[in-house]
Design a protein around this ligand. Structure first.
Ligand SMILES: [Zn+2]
Length: 380
């Protein structure tokens, strides 16, 4: 065997061995802890310290290069962590900077300090206990003798399910296409905007800012809703930057909706990177936002067969009495969603209109929260 080939086989075996070893890292209740993009002598282990608390220990074993620990918390199923309430502290109690991507808050990247290799990952109790949304079962009354079920209406005016239609990135086609078409159907849309302003040194244009007067006029009509997609869709480096990215966008939106509820949906944007010592909950509560980063059906044509996917999603949500969320980017020929496909989906929503509450995301969120709280009060 040629020495070169022998070398590469040995290297391959080493990689396989390290992959196997890292897969064997103790993973308390579905949590995955690994060294990020690393093979070498350093190792990482994790032990559970409580329900939503674990200690991570890195042994450098002579490794001198910078190390990052990747912690992935279960986002579905029985062991789901409340990822928005999670923070990381070193053993002296100092909060550490954690890197995350905008719409996957359950995946944490923690840079390891040179002089300390241990840290604690934990979920804080939210300041106001957030009731879990599992009350939908309670809303079905079953006759013990016949087994017949009657579903109590979950939504206003006896509607069976709710539908929100979201548009991301404040694109000009939202004003020129989406709004007039939604009005034809009599539907409310939620527009998730990046209000900017343009930053020094950036070549990015912020169409929300250049079309400010049109957005203002739109909000005066009051039939559409705005939501927060961060000021610049670029992530943030540090707590202050993150506070500004969320806070200044919220302020810009509140300015256009004076006297209205401050509550709005927040989605930090796909492909963005956020570095903060804080929990996402801290920013959500500070600016009256609720997290809208998951559970939405992407409607870009590139995902394929979107009209069918929408029909299926809507039927599922109708059968379960739930909130169906979809989101678009740009509307028009050759853009993310063609006008024909956009209209085809709205036609399907129209067919179900008598059973559907089609509303803004904040409207639906607020109603559902009141319903759950109301249910709790009645249960007490
Ligand atoms: Zn976006």
């Amino acid at each position: 065997m040629a020495p070169k080939l022998r070398h590469s086989i040995a290297a391959l075996l080493l990689i396989l061995l390290s992959v196997t070893l890292s897969a064997q890292t103790p993973a308390p209740r579905g949590v995955k802890v690994t060294l990020d993009r690393y093979s070498g002598p350093a190792t990482v282990t994790a032990v559970s310290l409580g329900k939503f608390k674990l200690r991570v220990q890195v042994e450098r074993n002579g490794e001198s290069q910078p190390l990052n620990v990747h912690v992935e918390l279960p986002a579905t199923g029985r062991d789901t962590w409340p990822a928005n309430d999670v923070e990381v502290r070193d053993e002296t109690g100092t909060a550490l900077v954690v890197h995350r991507t905008g719409i996957e808050w359950e995946k944490l990247l923690v840079p390891v300090a040179d002089n300390a290799g241990a840290f604690i990952v934990q979920a804080l109790e939210p300041p106001i206990a957030v009731p879990r949304t599992r009350s939908d079962k309670d809303r079905v009354i079953q006759d013990a003798v016949s087994g017949a079920q009657v579903r109590i209406a979950n939504w206003p005016q006896g509607r069976v399910a709710a539908l929100s239609i979201r548009f991301d990135d404040s694109h000009p086609t939202h004003l020129s296409k989406a709004v007039p078409i939604l009005r034809e159907y009599g539907f409310k849309g939620t527009f998730m905007v990046n209000p900017g302003p343009k930053e020094p040194g950036s070549r990015q244009n912020y169409t929300f800012q250049t079309q400010q007067a049109e957005w203002e006029a739109l909000m005066k009509q009051g039939d559409m809703e705005l939501a927060n997609h961060s000021a610049h869709h670029r992530g943030a480096k540090g707590d202050e930057d993150m506070d500004r990215e969320i806070g200044s966008a919220a302020e810009a939106i509140w300015k256009l909706t004076p006297g209205k509820s401050k509550l709005m949906a927040l989605n930090l944007g796909g492909g963005t990177r956020w570095e903060t010592t804080g929990t996402l909950r801290h920013y959500l509560d500070k600016y009256h936002q609720f997290d809208a980063s998951s559970g939405s059906l992407g409607m870009d044509d590139s995902y394929g067969r979107r009209v069918e996917a929408f029909r299926k999603a809507l039927e599922t949500h109708l059968s379960r009495g739930l909130w169906c969320r979809v989101h678009y980017h740009y509307i028009g020929e050759g853009l993310s969603s063609s006008e024909a496909n956009f209209r085809a989906a709205l036609d399907i929503a129209k067919q179900h209109q008598d059973k559907l509450w089609i509303a803004g995301m904040a409207d639906i969120y607020k109603y559902r929260r009141l319903r759950i709280l109301g249910g709790l009060v009645r249960a007490m």
